[in-house]
Design a binder for this molecule. Structure first.
Ligand SMILES: Nc1ncnc2c1ncn2[C@@H]1O[C@H](COP(=O)(O)OP(=O)(O)OP(=O)(O)O)[C@@H](O)[C@H]1O
Length: 281
């Protein structure tokens, strides 16, 4: 696969604004210090000049309080909503550094289906709750051009088995499953086409501790076995500590600190990170 020295995903100067913007907020330096809201037009700069690299097999944590822009960042990368400006390149895409945000709708679909998987905090967004679990996975396989019914069913069974969903429940709808099982079906769907990059948005929030532990174990196993690179969004520093090699701290749309997770948790430099670490750990 990729060259170990070269990032698999490189994000540069990503801006995501909700609202039309105006002469004031089109230059983010005009925003009041520490705010992501434009006082003139009411637009929100959810991601303000975010840059980072993600390497093959690495888990990068994105942490920050509610409203700091974490979900907007991963949803922008998954093309759920268009970025305002900035670039992202994937080393294994098209043999060259192309800004994926500028690609055609068809190419973006290709990237979503082959190169990235997404697991949402709310499984009702990531799954068709009234389709069967196997059907949810089949949808992803078909989107990637797989039309052999027998092969699809066999792959769906393997994927569900891998996340410890009994194959006997493959034809059941996720609406009938527990929260932890729904997250595991979402993970199996996201992995269907073996994407090199997985985006995980608060996947354990709202789950019981024991269920959380199983989902976290599963994520670690996937990273170990497949060398999948992951972006893990969480407000839970326990999750970040357990999973992430490096961490990026967001506040009001900006990246205010980034580095090795241990270093950030043991010796946070920014006052906000110190508050986050000391109030939550
Ligand atoms: N569809 C939208 N329209 C307008 N503003 C939005 C929209 N989605 C998010 N925002 C704003 O963008 C900012 C960042 O929101 P985002 O959901 O990315 O934060 P977050 O860090 O993921 O928060 P949480 O942990 O609560 O999910 C917030 O001020 C939010 O109100």
């Amino acid at each position: 696969m990729g060259n170990e020295d070269q990032p698999l995903l490189a994000v540069r100067h990503l801006m995501k604004r909700f609202g039309k913007g105006c002469a004031t907020c089109r230059n983010p330096q005009n925003l009041p210090s520490g705010s992501s809201h434009c006082p003139h037009c009411g637009s929100v700069l959810a991601c303000n000049d975010i840059s980072f690299d993600l390497y093959e097999g690495e888990i990068l944590g994105i942490v920050g309080e509610s409203g700091s822009g974490k979900s907007s960042l991963v949803q922008s990368l998954y093309f759920d909503s268009p970025v305002t400006s900035g670039s992202a390149t994937i080393a294994t895409y098209n043999k060259g550094p192309r800004n994926i945000f500028l690609e055609s709708a068809q190419q973006k679909r290709y990237i979503r289906n082959h190169l990235m998987g997404m697991v949402y905090q709310n499984p009702w967004i990531g799954l068709k709750m009234n389709f069967s679990s196997g059907g949810n996975i089949a949808e992803k396989l078909i989107a990637a051009g797989d039309f052999n019914v027998r092969a699809i069913r066999s792959r769906a069974a393997d994927l569900l088995d891998h996340v410890e969903i009994p194959i006997t429940r493959m034809d059941e709808a996720p609406a009938h499953f527990s929260g932890g099982m729904q997250q595991r079906v979402q993970i199996s769907k996201a992995l269907a086409n073996k994407p090199p990059i997985l985006l995980l948005d608060e996947v354990t929030t709202g789950l019981d501790l024991s269920v959380q532990a199983r989902v976290l174990d599963l994520i670690r196993r996937i990273q170990r076995e497949n060398r999948t690179a992951m972006l893990v969004v969480s407000h839970d520093l326990g999750v970040i500590r357990m999973l992430c090699d490096r961490t990026l701290v967001m506040k009001q749309g900006r990246c205010i600190e980034a580095g090795l997770t241990d270093q950030i948790l043991e010796d946070p430099q920014h006052t906000y990170t110190q508050l986050l670490v000391h109030s939550l750990l």
